[in-house]
Design a protein around this ligand. Structure first.
Ligand code: 4AZ
Length: 418
């Protein structure tokens, strides 16, 4: 029996519009694929981290360089970072270099060695070996800032994983997420904090309820206000939690001992400071690590910006909040704060005022013991105050009053060795 071939019937029925559509679709898909490939190979940049050490010529090691918060350490680290930045900005890697940060200054004989992490952005079509040799060739020129500081690359450049970089930078005091990722931007938005924004913030809890703020200053010590322990001073009643949620924290640790300042005077709020020793060490993570303590001589200029953080109430006599809140305030001089319309002389030299002249932004009940911090030029954060007292919250001329941490720097060393 005769049957017409199926193929010929199909080809006769092939719709020319359909053919056009299929061809057009194939062309579009091909174009998009090529465009994406070109974009990823040529434009999409990925961060790469490297570690290296430099020998600093013409600087003698001295004791002042043994602590990362001394003026000498901070100035030298800042100069090394600017010198590396300047060298890269003037090289053919100016578009790939992002940032350099001194992680540690250490002694080698009478010399100083600086351990440094650097961030670069390269497109994916660069291979690791060529990037490394390009960076090394820029660094191998002796770096020099007008002859006052010179340095030599003293170890090979080592690539770091993202996790290695986080681990190194969370061992350094006062680092926030922008510094941990060595990013260019610095943002503190809104009032609700993001995870890891204030990694030194601690919640002191009794009966699993937030009672006071506190600040992580080493892996075993936290600093807080003495008045937090006025009614309950038995360490077994207290726990410390870490992470931005006070109700579901990232770590919870018992308290071994509480050291209240011997001369704490509740009537005048004098020496409103206490140290709490944790029952075990905190695990430092991206979201939990320590703040920098200032030197006793660190200057805190009136008018400068500071941030206070806590789970305290949003209005006087309100309840505490579950998620950490931050507030931007300005340092107010003790003279201004002690004006007759203000605290009329009640603010002593060992105290510090911060707020806004018109009021509105302030620490409040439940923030007590928590940190008032300031950022330095290298983007490290320093503890300048501990939330202590004030007349209600956010009223004009009645700013928050803080324990002035610089006044207790030596006391902290005597008690803890830090
Ligand atoms: C308090 O009662 C408290 N506005 C803490 C801080 C301030 C006022 C009161 C500052 O814990």
């Amino acid at each position: 029996m005769y049957r017409p071939a199926r193929v010929s019937s199909a080809s006769r029925s092939l719709n020319p519009y359909m053919v056009c559509f299929v061809v057009a679709a194939a062309v579009v898909i091909l174009a998009v694929t090529v465009a994406l490939l070109v974009y990823f190979l040529a434009f999409d940049q990925k961060p790469y981290f490297y570690q290296s050490s430099f020998q600093i010529l013409n600087v003698q090691y001295s004791d002042e360089l043994s602590s990362p918060v001394t003026q000498k350490y901070r100035t030298l680290s800042g100069r090394i970072e600017s010198m590396i930045t300047k060298t890269f900005k003037e090289s053919n890697l100016r578009n790939q270099f992002v940032r350099a940060h001194v992680v540690k200054l250490r002694q080698s004989g009478s010399d100083v060695i600086a351990d440094i992490v650097m961030k670069f952005k390269f497109t994916r079509n660069n291979n690791g070996a060529s990037m490394k040799s390009r960076i090394e060739s820029v660094l191998q020129q002796t770096l020099n800032d007008n002859g006052t500081l010179a340095m030599n690359l003293s170890t090979e450049l080592t690539p770091l994983s993202d996790q290695d970089t986080v681990n190194m930078l969370t061992q350094v005091c006062g680092t926030r997420p922008d510094l941990i990722t060595l990013s260019e931007e610095r943002i503190i938005g809104g009032t609700k904090a993001d995870r890891g924004d204030w990694p030194w913030q601690v919640s002191l809890q009794r009966g699993n309820l937030h009672r006071c703020g506190a600040v992580l200053i080493s892996s075993t010590w936290i600093l807080t206000a003495a008045h937090c322990f006025r009614s309950y001073s038995d360490p077994r009643q207290w726990t410390a939690t870490f992470g931005i949620s006070a109700t579901s924290p990232e770590q919870r640790i018992g308290v071994r001992s509480i050291l209240i300042h011997n001369n704490y005077k509740p009537e005048t709020h004098e020496n409103d400071i206490a140290l709490v020793r944790l029952a075990r060490e905190v695990t430092f993570t991206r979201n939990v690590h320590m703040v920098c303590l200032p030197e006793a001589t660190q200057n805190i200029p009136p008018g400068s910006t500071a941030y206070v953080t806590g789970w305290g109430s949003r209005r006087y006599s309100g309840s505490t909040v579950p998620d950490l809140v931050q507030a931007r305030v300005n340092i107010i001089s003790n003279d201004v704060c002690n004006a007759p319309a203000g605290y009329n002389g009640a603010v002593l030299p060992v105290m510090l005022c911060a707020g806004l002249p018109q009021g509105g932004v302030d620490a409040c009940q439940g923030d007590s013991g928590g940190p008032l911090v300031q950022e330095d030029s290298r983007r490290l954060w320093f503890l300048v105050g501990i939330v202590s007292w004030g007349y209600q919250c956010g009223l004009p001329d009645k700013p928050g009053v803080y324990t002035r941490v610089t006044a207790y720097r030596d006391w902290i060393t005597q008690q803890t060795g830090i």
